[in-house]
Design a protein around this ligand. Structure first.
Ligand code: SF4
Length: 301
């Protein structure tokens, strides 16, 4: 069967205004003045104005170069990136205190080049932020530490309020979408261990659509994720970061109505919260607001 040509032109629902405004300029200045990288800018996120305008931002720690090369990601790859900045925990905490956000997300590149893959540095960032901004809710979007539970526990022990790790795509596509060091089953194991090690911290993951997955495969992923206790799920459209051969072509643009339907199907599988839409990304303001509400003491079971 002749394969449908990969769609090249963006459909109307994916055409957006570029971010601008005072809040965007202020946060950009604050992070750049301290040499901090936000994944919002690195990943050219279409929600930047909404999130920054609403007082949330996602910081990428341990530098802006990754030791992996996932074929959907715009982060630069390097075999041996510079060592993590020892001042980063303090700089992050100061910047977040200045921003006075209620909910912040830390994400990280992979550092397969470091003996502990950066676990101690991540834990130091979380501890410093929690001590300087005790009322702020902190979500940690983790790498997989190649499945090393001891390293995972080093970070979890630091006390993130929400633990996120992305499976990124359905199982069949994992080998061609993600770096060879990553894997669907390995990511499920990371999410399962995070839930068993810190049962009261909600776990969260993200799936990209439009990479060639079938509806059946998507629903199987919902079942797999619920089987390891995942609470929060985000579903968004894969967008090709660049025209380079390294980055996968978009197989199709999923219509917003389909996102609505997939969101409803996912909720039927028992997730605490599902955000599903073309522009939804793993760190998404609406989900964060829900989580902040969910983590309020009045919700504590
Ligand atoms: S691990 Fe993959 S998705 Fe994450 S920053 Fe590195 S290349 Fe990007």
């Amino acid at each position: 069967m002749a394969r449908a040509a990969a769609p090249s032109r963006l459909p109307a629902w994916l055409k957006v205004q570029l971010p601008a405004g005072e809040a965007v300029a202020r946060i950009r200045a604050a992070s750049r003045s301290r040499g901090l990288a936000t994944v919002c800018e690195e990943a050219r996120c279409p929600n930047l104005a909404e999130c920054w305008g609403g007082g949330t931002a996602t910081f990428m720690v341990m530098g802006d170069a990754c030791t992996r090369g996932c074929r959907f990601c715009s982060v630069a790859a390097a075999v041996k990136p510079p060592p993590p900045d020892a001042e980063e925990p303090a700089k992050l905490a100061r910047t977040l205190k200045e921003m006075a956000v209620e909910y912040a997300v830390l994400t990280t590149v992979c550092r397969d080049d470091l003996p502990d893959q950066g676990a101690a540095h991540l834990a130091a960032c979380i501890r410093e932020i929690k001590s300087v901004c005790p009322d702020m809710k902190l979500e940690m979007l983790l790498q997989d530490f190649r499945g090393d539970e001891r390293l995972l526990e080093t970070v979890l022990d630091a006390g993130p309020d929400v633990v996120a790790h992305n499976v990124e795509c359905v199982e069949r596509l994992s080998a061609c979408v993600r770096d060879a060091k990553a894997g669907y089953r390995q990511s499920l194991a990371v999410l399962a261990h995070a839930k068993s090690f810190r049962p009261r911290s909600p776990t969260k993951t993200s799936l990209m659509l439009g990479l060639g997955e079938t509806e059946g495969e998507l629903i199987q992923s919902f079942k797999d994720l619920r089987s390891v206790g995942v609470d929060i799920l985000t579903l968004g459209q894969y967008l090709r970061p660049s025209g380079s051969r390294h980055h996968l072509k978009v197989a199709r643009f999923v219509h917003p109505d389909e996102f609505t339907r997939y969101g409803a199907i996912a909720r039927e599988h028992g997730f605490l919260y599902v955000a599903s839409g073309p522009f939804v990304r793993s760190s998404y303001r609406a989900a964060e607001l829900f989580m902040k509400g969910h983590l309020e003491p009045s919700h504590a079971s």
